[in-house]
Design a protein around this ligand. Structure first.
Ligand SMILES: Cc1ncc(COP(=O)(O)O)c(C=O)c1O
Length: 431
């Protein structure tokens, strides 16, 4: 079901004609499900673990981006822009979501992505091909700052493009709050689900924090609604963007803007006591796979995988889940109601990836080295014969460890070769 209008506008009708918005979410309110197998594993007393299934909130690409984009693209269309330019790491989910939304709008918009280096993984390799599949133009910059400067220049030279900051969040307090409203609205959606007894009021929400717009919107929305729960923000980026001041600043900026548009909105301020900021799960940097995050991803698959059709990943949701599970291990939390906010898409993108035939040569030349330097997939390493490869569930699958997906039919020598190569590239940071 498509959202008719945000609940925020139903509660504060004055906002309706003052804040741009277009419907992009389907399947809303997003379901809340119980993770009973994990509850049993952690021996909770009266405690409960729920998940907010944001991962299929759009037919192509689910997750946290679409909530931000309903408001941001509302403005893009209102301003009659020709396209959108945005910025992020070479595997940015934000960039992919942006490419997909630009591609799916009618008429479509152009999308330019300014990308900087991040740790090379299979996720990066497949995401680069997907940007191209969905029609985005790719630009590779030198370092985070150098790329950012080029991205700003692009906007100066092309005023008909909408400039969207990385992650669709304000950066150092600069930039639009529109994306944050998506999560203020999500808090209103959660409140309705609490009122309908779909979930008791949680004690905590666990959510990944990168550019912080998602977490700040939830913190602002929950306080506006008088919910007592504490959002636990798990930093998945360095303190440059992910820090407690950014949560406060981004949340307060959004609240101030909303109140400016409708002065019946209570005048509240977010302070550091309103949320918990957790920094121990990042590992040595953004995009680094940590042992704890891989273990959390695997634990969820092992215990809930038979019943539930979502998967976590190691950059964002795996780190947030690792923090959530460690919280539940503590005796004092065995009676708590915890809501895990699933921010990652779980729709199948492999079907689009298959259509690219993994032809990375179609990408601008500067990107080819990301495929030639390191191989992550068994079929890249063994030169697996086409007739076996094309019928194998590991081929182009989003999982990079083939032994987790299938029993390999290649001979032992070839399998060993793949294992040995993969061992070299699959390094887990054990912080
Ligand atoms: C899957 C996923 N979860 C969480 C985040 C973090 O969201 P935010 O940048 O709003 O903090 C991102 C951002 O890219 C993401 O892709």
């Amino acid at each position: 079901m498509k959202q008719e209008e945000p609940i925020l506008f139903q509660k504060y009708p004055n906002l309706k004609n003052k804040i741009p918005w277009i419907p992009l979410l389907t399947n809303v309110p997003t379901p809340i499900e119980r993770l009973t197998e994990l509850e049993n594993e952690f021996d909770l007393d009266s405690g409960k673990l729920y998940i907010k299934r944001e991962d299929k909130n759009n037919p192509i690409y689910g997750g946290n981006k679409l909530r931000k984009f309903e408001f941001i693209f509302g403005k893009v269309l209102k301003k009659k822009k020709k396209g959108v330019v945005t910025n992020g790491g070479i595997g940015t989910n934000h960039g992919l979501a942006c490419a997909i939304v630009c591609h799916e709008l009618n008429p479509p918009l152009k999308c330019h992505l300014y990308l900087f280096h991040q740790p090379l993984t299979w996720h990066v390799q497949r995401t680069l091909l997907l940007y191209d599949y969905f029609g985005a133009r790719l630009h590779l910059g030198k370092g985070m700052i150098g790329t950012f400067v080029k991205f700003i220049f692009f906007k100066l030279l092309h005023p008909k493009y909408f400039l969207m900051f990385p992650g669709g969040s304000p950066l150092f307090g600069i930039g639009t709050s529109l994306g944050t409203f998506g999560f203020v609205n999500a808090a209103f959606e959660l409140k309705n689900q609490i009122d309908q007894a779909i979930i008791p009021e949680p004690d905590t929400i666990f959510v990944a924090g990168g550019t912080i717009g998602t977490a700040a919107g939830l913190v602002a929305g929950c306080k506006l609604l008088g919910l007592k729960l504490k959002v636990h923000v798990v930093a998945v980026s360095t303190s440059l963007t992910a820090n407690p001041s950014a949560v406060k600043r981004t949340a307060n900026k959004a609240l101030k803007y909303l109140r400016k548009k409708d002065n019946s909105i209570p005048n509240i301020k977010i302070i550091e006591d309103d949320f918990v900021f957790i920094t121990d799960y990042l590992g040595s940097g953004y995009g680094i796979k940590t042992l704890r995050s891989q273990n959390a991803v695997d634990k969820v698959v092992e215990l809930e995988g038979k019943k539930k059709d979502f998967k976590l990943e190691t950059t964002y949701t795996g780190k947030a889940m690792a923090a959530c599970l460690d919280y539940l291990k503590k005796q004092e939390n065995k009676n708590k109601t915890v809501l895990f906010w699933n921010t990652y898409n779980s729709n199948d993108l492999d079907k689009y990836l298959k259509e690219t035939n993994f032809d990375y040569k179609k990408l601008p030349e500067k990107f080819h080295r990301f495929y030639e330097e390191t191989k992550f997939q068994c079929w890249q390493i063994t030169n697996c014969p086409d007739d076996i490869k094309k019928n194998c569930p590991a081929y182009l699958n989003h999982e990079y460890r083939f032994w987790k997906i299938t029993d390999c039919v290649l001979d032992e020598k070839n399998q060993r070769k793949a294992f040995e190569e993969l061992e070299k590239v699959i390094k887990l940071d054990d912080t």
